[in-house]
Design a protein. Structure first.
Length: 324
């Protein structure tokens, strides 16, 4: 007689536990990016009229539940953006992730669906805050920075669900970089290595004004502008293929992504976009099971020395790794 056995998730899925400061760091970075958009961008810029579109904020269909729409016209857009920014503060400081994981997604939803010109970072934040909800609901810590193993192990079903969610996030982030790189192949300026010359000289989306005199020395040289243009594609492809690499290599590629988006923030002023992508890179390229040791990260010499020891404890819930 055939005996049915209860299905058990794979061992890696059963051991998966995202209640570490890696998940906390990603939540904080996503919240900071959205906070910067809401606080440092005027309502006039957020809801700038767009030809062919109705008047923003957009409140049709599902957008009616946006924070910019709920309650009708009783509150001005400026008051609403400050209230939404205030709702992000617990996520920024890391307090009660289980309670504030859904409000954080709601703010991301409000930004992505009600602004007249949401950028790519706003859509990334929307997707990531949605897919991170299972992590938050499973997180019973008071602070998402906690590194001590003071919580009960996750049930097998919860651990497996979070494990699958983590892979969905990694595949999504890899897909963002892959699509961005491949889409450039069919554009003549990217193919011939001149795209950054035109893009960075664009009066609306290009370089910040004080960088232009120095940058022209490189943008008007065919060798350097080609290196920067093709180098951008290579970096994006590298970040997408890192999905298949071991943790040690992913953690090195992580810094390549940080430098790419830091450069975008410094030279083009896209701060909120860069910080949101920092959060995406943390989720995609770091191990959410293992706490990061920020103190050893500051002490660079000790970080190099202790990196091998930290790697050996990677399977331990309370272990820590240096972010190098």
């Amino acid at each position: 007689m055939l005996k049915l056995t209860r299905w058990q998730p794979p061992a890696d899925a059963q051991r998966f536990d995202p209640r570490t400061n890696v998940y906390g760091l990603a939540r904080t970075l996503l919240a900071i990016g959205m906070f910067a958009t809401l606080v440092f961008t005027s309502a006039g810029a957020l809801f700038h009229p767009v030809i062919g579109m109705g008047r923003a904020p957009y409140c049709d269909g599902v957008s009616a539940v946006s924070g910019f729409c709920v309650g009708g016209h009783g509150l001005s857009p400026d008051v609403r953006r400050y209230l939404l920014a205030l709702l992000l503060v617990p996520s920024i400081i890391g307090w009660r992730p289980r309670i504030f994981v859904i409000p954080q997604w709601w703010v991301a939803f409000s930004i992505a669906n009600s602004l007249s010109l949401p950028d790519g970072g706003d859509n990334v934040a929307l997707i990531l805050t949605l897919t991170m909800i299972p992590f938050g609901l499973a997180d019973d810590r008071v602070w998402h920075w906690a590194v001590k193993d003071t919580t009960k192990p996750l049930a097998n079903s919860a651990a497996a669900f979070c494990y699958v969610t983590h892979w969905v996030i990694r595949i999504q982030v890899a897909g963002i970089y892959f699509q961005s790189a491949v889409a450039k192949f069919g554009v003549k300026e990217w193919a011939n290595g001149t795209a950054l010359y035109y893009w960075l000289n664009d009066p609306t989306f290009g370089l910040l004004g004080f960088w232009k005199p120095v940058a022209q020395l490189f943008l008007e040289n065919r060798y350097t502008v080609s290196a920067f243009t093709w180098g951008t594609i290579i970096v994006e492809l590298t970040l997408s293929f890192a999905l298949f690499w071991k943790l040690a290599m992913r953690r090195r590629v992580f810094w390549l992504g940080i430098m790419l988006h830091a450069g975008i923030a410094i030279f083009m002023g896209l701060f909120s976009f860069a910080v949101i992508m920092f959060g995406a890179l943390v989720l995609a390229l770091q191990d959410p099971n293992v706490n990061l040791d920020f103190r050893r990260m500051v002490r660079k010499g000790a970080a190099r020395k202790d990196g091998a020891n930290g790697a050996s404890s990677g399977a331990v819930r309370g272990g820590s790794l240096v972010l190098d």
